[in-house]
Design a binder for this molecule. Structure first.
Ligand code: DQA
Length: 147
């Protein structure tokens, strides 16, 4: 059971970026949370990937085909704009959970649309970095059900 965590633009700036919204923990902390949680949940492997570029994210999703069992994705700002990421998730058909650090539902109107979310079977938002552990838990439950 292999998991891929994908993070979109500006998430590498965690800790520096708008700490009132995204907190003071760094991107490295996010990576550790994902790795620890994947170990606890019994995943055989996890990759935590980040890119500021839409096409690079599309490439990484395509490369996951046949090699990854489940995806946790925070497309960040591309959540609200990217049909390409939505189409890539649909193309590979890998079970995916959408995660957001902030409570996007309670923020600006332009954050209310989620294209990537249309290809995800669950969403976690507003739980801070712990939301990644929660998303991995939801993903592992789903993957075990499928087996
Ligand atoms: C975010 C929410 C998005 O609206 C925003 O553009 C981000 C981060 C979150 O994790 O809360 O970059 O995805």
């Amino acid at each position: 059971m292999k998991a891929l965590v994908i993070n979109g633009p500006n998430l590498n700036m965690l800790g520096i970026r708008e700490p009132g919204i995204y907190g003071t923990d760094s991107y490295e902390t996010l990576v550790s949370i994902c790795q620890d949680s994947a170990d606890e949940l019994g995943f055989d492997g996890i990759e935590v990937f980040q890119s500021n570029h839409e096409g690079t994210i599309v490439d990484r999703i395509q490369e996951a085909y046949g090699t990854v069992d489940g995806i946790v994705i925070n497309p960040a700002a591309y959540t609200h704009t990217s049909i390409a990421i939505l189409d890539a998730l649909k193309a590979v058909g890998i079970p995916a959970v959408e995660v957001h650090i902030s409570a996007v539902e309670e923020r600006e109107a332009f954050r209310q649309v989620s294209y990537a979310g249309m290809a995800c079977f669950a969403r976690v938002s507003g739980e801070g970095l712990a939301g990644y552990a929660h998303a991995l838990e939801i993903l592992s439950e789903q993957l075990r059900k499928q087996d």
